[in-house]
Design a protein around this ligand. Sequence first.
Ligand code: NAG
Ligand code: NAG
Ligand code: NAG
Ligand code: NAG
Ligand code: NAG
Ligand code: NAG
Length: 305
Amino acid sequence: MSDTKVPRRGGRWKRSTGALTGLFLPLLGACFWAAAAAYKPVIIVHGLFDSSLDLLNLQRFINESHPGTNISIIDLFDGYKSLDPLWMQVEGFKAVIYPIIQNSAEGVHFICYSQGGLVCRGILSTLPQHNVHTFISLSSPLAGQYGDTDYLKYVFPEFVKSEIYRVCYSGIGQRFSICNYWKDPHHQVMYVNSSDYLALLNGEKPNPNLTEWKENFLKIQKLVLIGGPDDGVITPWESSQFGFFDDNETVVEMQHQDFFVSDSFGLKTLAARGDLNICTLSGVQHTSWHSNQTVFRACMEKWLV
Ligand SMILES: *[C@@H]1O[C@H](CO)[C@@H](O)[C@H](O)[C@H]1NC(C)=O
Ligand SMILES: *[C@@H]1O[C@H](CO)[C@@H](O)[C@H](O)[C@H]1NC(C)=O
Ligand SMILES: *[C@@H]1O[C@H](CO)[C@@H](O)[C@H](O)[C@H]1NC(C)=O
Ligand SMILES: *[C@@H]1O[C@H](CO)[C@@H](O)[C@H](O)[C@H]1NC(C)=O
Ligand SMILES: *[C@@H]1O[C@H](CO)[C@@H](O)[C@H](O)[C@H]1NC(C)=O
Ligand SMILES: *[C@@H]1O[C@H](CO)[C@@H](O)[C@H](O)[C@H]1NC(C)=O
């Protein structure tokens, strides 16, 4: 006699025996319907130089583990358009995401990849009416970026990382998304003065809206930070979990960052609430995070209820 697995609300499984199959079949259908109806919609935001097409594997993983989930991969600012300034992107993504949120009384989840994680932070901080339950940040340079990568070479081919501050911390530089979160640990004063995105979100520069932004951000129920040492693009990789270089290029972990200690945008509150989850995996290169099913199973699947 074989066991039958019956899905319950929330997608967990309980065992029952085959003898009850006749009784169970109609119930099984109802349960599938209930499980499908119970999953919150998922909104996915892509990264630099990507488009929605890059996230189809992730969509498939979700569809398989949580059948019937309404998944929206937002198709905006694709390819080179992803270099547009992040505030412009926040407004663009917000316009598409807001109606989805309004249609989802039970709330939604965000999965935001790479640069998309910073776009999502901007949305969560500036959209008071949001009902995002879990914000999953998938290898995103949340505390900034300071590293030579191929991505950078497409944008500023003739610069090395130690010189990029000259472009990024000028008026023109901030018109490129990358410069909005370029954080040169050797030029922190200029970073704070010039960055009109990350330094505002982090409360590293005076921001009259910070209290309100913090309240908005803290409406999320869970924050999941996914990253790992073999990323190869996010530098330092710990930035995906809010760690960053000090002026000696030594990584200082999240708990010792000023924005954490001062709780400027709510990170410490989330940690104290028990709603901050860190998921670190090795062996994953930057462009593989969204297409690696092990990553999905280990770090994302359980949150998508
Ligand atoms: C989701 O899964 C169902 C059933 O397996 C399949 O029919 C459907 O095409 C899938 N949708 C996507 C977007 O993968
Ligand atoms: C999925 O969500 C979108 C955006 O809210 C909505 O337009 C669409 O009707 C939904 N699809 C289903 C099958 O509920
Ligand atoms: C701060 O930024 C402004 C505008 O970009 C610039 O004019 C000024 O020189 C900068 N100050 C410092 C100390 O970098
Ligand atoms: C603060 O919010 C006001 C009103 O929403 C807005 O006009 C202003 O640009 C915001 N300030 C910053 C620094 O974003
Ligand atoms: C910077 O690194 C050097 C070499 O590892 C070390 O001797 C020095 O104490 C460090 N300075 C700071 C401020 O951490
Ligand atoms: C997928 O993730 C696992 C777990 O971290 C890792 O060991 C593996 O190398 C990854 N595979 C690829 C192709 O990225």
